[in-house]
Design a protein around this ligand. Sequence first.
Ligand code: GLY
Length: 365
Amino acid sequence: MTSRRDFLKTSAGVGVGAAVGMGSPRSLAGAPAVLPHRVAPVAIASGNGMEAVATAFRAVSAGGDTLDAAVEGVNIVERDPNDRSVGYGGRPNLDGVVQLDSSVMHGPSRGAGAVACLEGIKTPSRVAVDVMRYTDHVLLVGKGAQRFAVSMGHRVEDLLTEGTRRQWIEWRARMSATDDYLTPEEAGLRVPPFEDEDDGMGMLDSHDGVRPQGTINCNVINQDGDLSGVTTTSGLAWKIPGRVGDSPIVGAGLYVDNDVGACGSTGRGEAVIKTCGSHSVVELMRSGMSPVDACLEALRRVVTFTAEERLRNEQGRPGFNVNYYAVNKNGEYGGAAIWSGARFAVCSGGESRREDSAYLFERGR
Ligand code: GLY
């Protein structure tokens, strides 16, 4: 019998020839025709990724690997205590504990890695890369993911900031009028109630107020047309401990096929998981759709799958947002959301910029 190690040894020998002679492994049928010329590199991200795309673009322009570039970009946001939707400073779960989700996909090697419910590590995207590079697995979760991260040299730290702790304490006090926690008004405190921004990426209007949901997705293509992507998040604020969103689910919050394109998502993860969102966008691009049209078509599927009345507004439309960000093999890119007003970050040289996402429904109509 051939052991996995024997198999790897054999295929490594084949792999060297393959890598030098033929580029990436054999293409899947149906990939769209790719223009023979070199591609203009571009990095795209969710609206909170202005610095991330600039960093990723610089890295890839200097000859860096597309996944290393994308991860270096999102690390800025993961380490930023003021971005309350990702990494350090992300909003905690019901118990006041920050649990992080992330996935990565590397187009040229067809690699994928992910972590979910990871506690105490500021940069879960780097742990996802380690899962991809140093294990035979794709997804590690919870305590096992943390133990793996520590074994790879990541440091365990407290991810709550004073701001997110105060938000959580206040949210807990407002949960019920009959428990023993006092709201700031009841306690006679003169602190202003916290205000949560709608960053255009995914607020869920629920009966008990607005549930913030932010995330960063970043996708990069280099001049050879190689693609990679990363998605990373602290997920839905105040979630039930153990809840996993779309971000670490390959095919939902991220998908990359080096023959076709890359896509990632932000917004209500449950809706993206149910429709295999990012994989759907890539498959629609494979069938010939532009990135924007593919994103819009995948969003229509989200609308169709939103059957629960509690998730729909008076017009029967989703009471939440989902955003897709896609780039195809020729470097064409686009973003789309269910609701108008969303923007995404782009860098294709010079300063990064925000562009308007296409949308299905206009807010306020
Ligand atoms: N899209 C992020 C989440 O739902 O967790």
